[in-house]
Ligand binder design. Structure first.
Ligand code: NAD
Length: 509
């Protein structure tokens, strides 16, 4: 059964029926907004943005701070909407959605006051000029998001775009539309001007329309396949975009690693959100001398994990049914080519919804689909390696490059390995944290994405850094202005010889 099914079409507007992936119960219907509606929504946001963009950063931050207070107060309501759409546990919903949203609201509100201030920049050459860099809003930012982090991945770029003075139109996944709508509800109640931020229901058609609607930037999070289409459409429309895409993240466990911490970390890193996390550990390369103990501990821990639809449990369902087919294809292909399933390896029919048992698989080889394509499910695939070099070679042999983790008792050794990995960010002796460390620029290399979010330039990436250059001395004219004369040419050549040809000139320029 699909979680999203076609409903009736009325007045030329398609409707979609949405179900809960844990229970398969119908939870609501949405409309697929067409280009016309999308354009009207963007136009409304653009009108509201004029006044919003003219406000000071402090004035914008007041609304963001109010949103934080509201989210803390109403978190249980928000959690129940997100749980209904994702089937996740109460704990995981708090950890993955509410906590990072609170942190983003608080952190970026503070960061905005620091990084969006006008900057006076000293000039190395043109000492008779003065430069100010001002951070102007782009206009309206389109945010297109996936189903695997439906609230946080919608609210996080929205917070940043709003603080930078933009209007925002969000197109959440059709699989989890109601979590996306919470963002509009929160900011409306926090006092955001009407129309400035909108959440549009719809599927890919609405996403396409948003890119075509005249927005000034697209922040896209989703699969590589869609990301390519989004990148192409943004290129055609000359709209700047960031693409946060899929991964096939590697974990390297060195022969001196703390095996207990590494095994516990591997289980959490691979199975959190039932493996539906862009930075899930999908490939583990463990040193041969500790592999037996590592695998034994991973299997023992996985056997303790609970799947359920209510109460205390660890793993929720697959949120999007086609994901189950991908997992099954990867496991069956691996088994056919000689892999061994140590635990799991099949759907969990006892729970009822779209559940796949947490799975540990070994004897996998590097050419199997399970080691090359994004699985996005609760699967831990383990390979034994003979050296750090072999682990690095295998980890880098991928079309993806999102994140990686390295486990060693020596920070120096781990850092040396980290510096050789072609990925967006690396955690040492830890998992899944680089997205949450908002000071760290986050993004993917290779087909895992284009551009970065977070870090020092986070909010500036939602602005146009505009230089304004002033003349300081207001002389009647400049040396290089007309008329051109041979004397002036000789003067310029003397300047060239002195500035770039003498030690003192180089020092002063
Ligand atoms: P998806 O690419 O199928 O859909 C993402 C969004 O794009 C949805 O809102 C969808 O309606 C919309 N869309 C579909 N076709 C479109 C088109 N042609 N133009 C514009 N928009 C279109 O992704 P998904 O299945 O929802 O999400 C899972 C994927 O997201 C995984 O690959 C995961 O790794 C990735 N992801 C990456 C990050 C990251 O930060 N790098 C974070 C979360 C998820």
């Amino acid at each position: 059964m699909a979680i999203v099914q076609a409903g009736e079409t009325t007045g030329g507007v398609r409707r979609l029926r949405v179900a809960n992936p844990a229970t398969k119960e119908h939870i609501g219907d949405i409309s697929v907004n067409t280009l016309e509606i999308v354009r009207e929504t963007v136009a409304r946001s653009r009108t509201a943005q004029e006044a919003w963009g003219a406000k000071t950063v402090d004035e914008r931050a007041i609304v963001i701070d109010r949103a934080l207070k509201l989210l803390i107060a109403r978190q249980e309501d928000f959690i129940s909407v997100i749980m209904r759409e994702t089937g996740r546990s109460h704990f995981e919903t708090i950890m993955m959605e509410i906590m990072p949203a609170c942190d983003a609201l608080s952190y970026f509100s503070k960061q905005a006051r620091r990084t969006l201030r006008d900057r006076k920049v000293g000039l190395h050459l043109l000492r008779n000029k003065r430069l100010t860099i001002t951070y102007q809003p782009l206009g309206v930012v389109g945010v297109i998001t996936p189903w695997n982090g439906p609230f946080i991945l919608s609210i996080n770029p929205a917070i940043q775009a709003l603080l930078a003075g933009n209007g925002v139109v969000i197109k959440p996944s059709e699989v989890t539309p109601f979590s996306g709508k919470l963002v509009a509800e929160l900011f409306r109640d926090a006092g955001l001007p009407s129309g400035l931020l909108a959440v549009l229901e719809g599927d890919g058609e609405t996403g396409v329309a948003l890119i075509e609607s005249g927005v000034d930037k697209i922040s896209f999070t989703g699969s590589v396949k869609t990301g390519r289409k989004v990148g192409e459409a943004c290129g055609r429309n000359l709209v700047p975009c960031t693409l946060e895409l899929g991964g096939k993240d590697a974990m390297i466990v060195c022969d001196d690693a703390d095996v207990v911490r590494a095994a516990n970390g591997a289980v959490f890193g691979a199975l959190m959100n039932a493996g539906q996390f862009c930075c899930s550990i999908e490939r583990i390369y463990v040193a041969e001398n500790i592999a037996d103990e590592f695998i034994r501990r991973v299997v023992a821990k996985v056997k303790t994990l609970k799947q359920a639809t209510s109460g205390e449990f660890d793993l929720g369902p697959m949120i999007w049914p086609p994901q189950l087919d991908v997992i099954e294809r990867h496991i069956e292909d691996a088994k056919k080519h000689g892999a061994t399933v140590l635990v799991g390896g099949k759907r969990n029919e006892q729970v009822g919804g779209l559940y796949y048992e947490p799975t540990v698989i070994t004897n996998v080889t590097h050419d199997m689909a399970i080691m090359r394509e994004e699985t996005f499910g609760p699967v831990v695939a383990i390979v034994r390696v003979q050296s750090d070099d072999e682990a690095i070679r295998c980890a880098n042999d991928s079309t993806y490059g999102l994140t990686a983790t390295v486990w060693s008792r020596s920070d120096e050794r781990a850092e040396a390995i980290a510096k050789r990995l072609v990925v967006g960010s690396i955690s040492v002796n830890d998992v899944a944290l680089t997205y949450g460390a908002l000071e760290a620029p986050f993004g993917g290399r290779r087909s895992s994405g284009v551009g970065q979010i977070h870090g020092e330039n986070s909010l500036r990436n939602f602005c146009y850094p505009t230089p304004i250059l002033f003349d300081r001395f207001r002389t009647k004219e400049e040396v290089v202005w007309y008329p051109y004369t041979n004397d002036k040419a000789k003067l310029l050549q003397r300047i060239i010889r002195w500035i770039w040809g003498t030690p003192l000139g180089k020092l002063m320029s």
